[in-house]
Design a protein around this ligand. Structure first.
Ligand code: SAH
Length: 382
């Protein structure tokens, strides 16, 4: 496979491994996983992407006004510093999204709308969030603006749709806050439904401007299928989907389970999870909003039992409280989905002390060219 090069990689900092041919990146990730996890079990060969470019279906572009050229400019935020790095050809972002972001820039110029200037407290557009449905092809454009007033709004929307007829919805998010790349709760739908839908593993998911959705759906589907293989459901099991986000894994599991409980800390993710269950007509799943450790502990105390636990914690891994509650609940199988092999190794250490045995470990490359590694692990009760 040809190895594409990125001109702004050093400045941007988003793709730490892009200088390595993709095959070497996979070897590097495999070695890292083996170093951390082979004391528990043999590590299966990491599943890479056949075409590891332009995979990000969530693209965020920042805008600024170039006073010298008297034009709007756009680019990506530099990792860490928040500086905007101009780029016209990101190797990992969805190509169409990049083209839309550039059209928004050019349209702002022709409609005399300036990008917001943080120092002067003046201007209109802060950033643009574009999300693309991988299987549906639906496209959402969120224009994040500093002010609610949008001069020539209707003509702007018309012009953008004329250039990109594939856009299915356009939303204005009014965000007076200066934290880079954030959305405020205040959104106005300018065109379409205000959200898009995508399908993953034959389930439909609604993606609103602020909902969490995996950025690489193609690899995510592979990851979830592996997780389901490890969960080994026959239709009779009770399943605990902890750190469930918008309910994706639990909903996929619900087709082959008796009942699923999803637990998630983030309120709006739980709201999305409930509506995802509704649009898929799933009625054997229910959700609780709260800390997985607290809820796990109280369920363990009450003698609650689940046949299978699926856990997908954030980078910090699970809490000791949560892991202890799992040991107490004695589920037959645990499927641990992890986005950080270091905290995964730490948590496996606790789970395997007495109660569990690791049976399988599989890395999936969800984030080619970056240092991030996703892993799925199967544990069986001893
Ligand atoms: N399984 C989901 C989301 C995983 S991301 C998917 O694949 O789409 C991890 C999730 O854990 C996030 O949604 C985050 O909000 C949630 N989370 C973080 N800390 C938590 C805690 N202490 N208790 C419960 N959920 C938590």
């Amino acid at each position: 496979m040809d190895n594409k090069t990125c001109k702004v990689n050093k400045k941007c900092g988003g793709c730490q491994l892009v200088h390595m041919p993709y095959r070497e990146q996979l070897e590097y990730k495999q070695k890292k996983l083996e170093g951390l996890l082979s004391p528990f079990c043999r590590v299966e060969k990491i599943i890479g992407m056949a075409e590891p470019y332009y995979y990000r279906n969530k693209v965020q572009t920042a805008y600024f006004y170039d006073y010298k050229r008297k034009k709007n400019a756009c680019g990506v935020f530099q990792s860490g510093s928040g500086r905007i790095i101009q780029t016209d050809a990101c190797l990992i972002e969805n190509k169409m999204a990049g083209e839309i972001a550039e059209s928004v820039r050019a349209l702002c110029d022709s409609f005399k709308l300036r990008a917001y200037d943080e120092r002067k407290g003046f201007g209109f557009l802060r950033h643009v969030l574009i999300r693309c449905g991988y299987n549906t092809g639906e496209i959402m454009v969120v224009l994040v603006t500093a002010t609610p007033v949008f001069p020539s709004k209707n003509n702007f929307v018309k012009a953008l749709l004329k250039k990109h007829p594939d856009i299915t919805t356009i939303v204005q998010n009014i965000n007076p806050d200066s934290i880079p790349l954030t959305l405020s709760p205040r959104s106005k739908t300018l065109y379409g439904r205000g959200y898009i839908e995508d399908t993953l593993c034959e389930m439909k998911f609604r993606i609103s401007p602020e909902s969490f959705y995996q950025v690489n759906p193609a690899q995510c589907e592979i990851l979830y299928k592996k997780a389901m293989e490890y969960a080994d459901l026959t239709g009779n099991e009770t399943v605990f989907d902890s750190y469930c986000g918008t309910g994706t894994i639990g909903l996929i599991a619900s087709k082959n389970a008796k009942q699923v409980l999803g637990v998630e800390l983030n309120k709006s993710a739980v709201k999305d999870a409930v509506s995802n269950a509704k649009i898929n007509g799933v009625n054997n799943i229910y959700f609780l909003c709260g800390d997985a450790g607290e809820i796990g502990e109280s369920m363990a105390k009450e003698g609650e039992h689940f046949d299978v636990v699926i856990m997908d914690p954030p980078r910090a891994g699970a809490t000791e409280k949560f892991l202890k509650s799992l040991i107490k609940m004695k589920s037959e199988r645990i499927v641990y989905v992890s986005c950080n092999p270091e905290t995964l190794a730490r948590d496996l250490g606790i789970l395997t002390e007495k109660a569990y045995e690791v049976k399988a470990i599989q890395g999936v490359d969800m984030f080619p060219h970056t240092k991030h590694i996703e892993t799925v692990v199967q544990l069986i009760h001893k």
